[in-house]
Design a protein around this ligand. Structure first.
Ligand code: BGP
Length: 469
């Protein structure tokens, strides 16, 4: 028997509000941190939105979502993951009353998905903290954020309880380690942020995430609420035991977030880390009980693996999805220097299943490339992105291997299923979509949509439940 995907496997695609909606000031939306990050994570935020910020218009999904969801339905999507832009619902983040117009937009959006039998999956916080919460409170460094976030979560859980079943609490929650502003809304520059303040902010997010799980289950016991991490298989560069231990340490830093979400408490190695670094987490009464509300499933993004060595100084480094690492001499790289490693996906699926014993969901995977729109032999404009098909196929084969290994995989979502603004670089040139959008880095373009070769390929994959890769 060949490789199989289970019946009911949730195929689909994934996006984030701030990377495609645009309409950054429409119908009462407040500013989010993305509105002041015109050039991505490597540059400091601007004081106010500037015209060169492609996210202000995005791909105009706010006005074109019907057309786009129709295209997703044509591919046979079972699931569509997006985020709710927090500042559409609470423009400043700390209000008592939500913005009704913002709520209505997501009512329409989810109804449109359901019309085609597409199950929406919602990320509550995807790098789009309301700007006011960063300036007034220093983001998640402040305990108050727990209250604002849970109020937001409760509001949208209640509003969409009959429309949305799958929820994720924070996108790539571990990315705060590298990007405290983008991921945690913390304005203190990274070099000045003490480990004490960083891990206290992480504690606030972990408590907020567990509180959201608790609140969500009270509102609708059928909700499936997951956490989401940036997964990064970390291989020792050599079999030297010091390299193995170094790889273990790096892996622990990234995965302790999963330990807390899946087991409801901090692991021993983090207690040691806190002690050795003079970190004393401020646990408020009730935090321990709150953390015990563990997630229903674990979700993650997967783009690449890294190597680690005890002696990393003179080693070539790889670029990466928000985190770099020591380069692996056995792997090719994407145009943006991310190392391509399909087998790493099988490895991480097995690792997470062995450790946490929770169902797993791959909610981001894909290839960023500088696609070209050209006429095909029938004269239709398209992108001949066979390199993307190769990438996705190779990864899906490894998902099937992991399933054959006995791993419980709920679904697989292609990141940026429609071209959108890149998160790390804030450009349009780097595209992930199965659908091409005519928009460019200088802001030009008709915003028209075109099916790429990968669109037709993915439709066949879904239509045969992965039999035809
Ligand atoms: C993840 C983010 C996404 C997305 C993706 C691709 O880190 O969750 O928001 O953008 O990576 O990254 P990029 O757009 O930087 O290529």
């Amino acid at each position: 028997m060949g490789l199989q995907f289970p019946q009911g496997f949730l195929w689909g695609g994934s996006v984030a509000a701030n990377q495609l909606e645009g309409a950054y000031q429409e119908e009462g939306k407040g500013l989010s941190i993305q509105d002041v990050l015109p050039h991505g994570v490597k540059t400091p935020p601007t004081d106010a939105p500037t015209k060169d910020n492609l996210k202000l218009i995005g791909i105009d999904f706010y006005h074109r979502y019907k057309e786009d969801i129709k295209l997703f339905a044509e591919m046979g999507f079972k699931t569509f993951r997006t985020s709710i832009a927090w500042s559409r619902i609470f423009p400043k983040g700390d209000e008592a009353e939500p913005n009704e117009k913002g709520l209505q937009f997501y009512d329409r959006l989810f109804e449109e998905c359901l019309k085609y039998g597409i199950e929406p999956m919602v990320t509550l916080s995807h790098y789009e903290t309301p700007l006011h919460l960063t300036r007034e409170y220093n983001g998640w460094a402040n305990r108050k954020l727990v209250e604002f976030y849970t109020h937001f979560a409760k509001t949208v859980f209640t509003r969409y309880k009959d429309k949305v079943k799958y929820w994720l609490t924070f996108n790539e929650i571990n990315s705060i380690l590298e990007h405290p502003f983008m991921s945690g809304g913390i304005v203190t520059p990274k070099e000045k942020l003490s480990l004490q303040d960083l891990y206290q902010a992480i504690h606030h997010e972990l408590v907020a995430s567990a509180a959201a799980v608790q609140i969500g289950h009270e509102i609708n016991p059928d909700f499936k609420i997951g956490c989401m991490v940036l997964s990064l298989p970390t291989y020792p560069l050599t079999p030297h035991p010091d390299d193995v231990i170094q790889a273990m340490h790096t892996d622990h830093q990234n995965t302790f977030f999963l330990e807390v979400h899946a087991r409801g408490k901090y692991p021993g190695y983090m207690k040691r880390f806190f002690q050795e670094n003079g970190i004393q987490l401020d646990f408020e009464p009730g935090d321990e009980e709150t953390l015990a509300h563990t997630v229903d499933f674990i979700s993650f993004s997967y783009y690449m693996s890294i190597c680690e060595t005890a002696n990393s100084e003179n080693q070539p480094k790889s670029e990466g999805n928000l985190f770099g690492g020591v380069s692996n001499p056995h792997l090719p790289s994407s145009e943006w220097g991310w190392q391509i490693d399909p087998k790493g996906l099988r490895y991480i699926l097995n690792l997470f299943q062995d450790r946490y014993q929770k169902p797993l969901f791959i909610v981001e995977n894909g290839l960023g490339a500088a696609d070209q729109l050209t006429p095909n032999e029938r004269g239709e404009l398209t992108v001949e992105d066979d390199y993307r098909i190769d990438y996705l196929r190779a990864h899906l084969l490894q998902v099937a291997e992991a399933i054959a290994d006995g791993v419980e995989v709920m679904g697989y979502l292609v990141w940026g299923c429609i071209d959108l603004v890149s998160n790390s670089t804030a450009e349009m040139k780097k595209r992930y979509g199965l659908i091409y959008v005519d928009r460019h880095d200088d802001g030009s373009g008709t915003l028209e949509r075109y099916r790429k070769n990968s669109f037709h390929w993915y439709r066949k994959v879904i239509g045969t439940n992965g039999q035809c890769l």
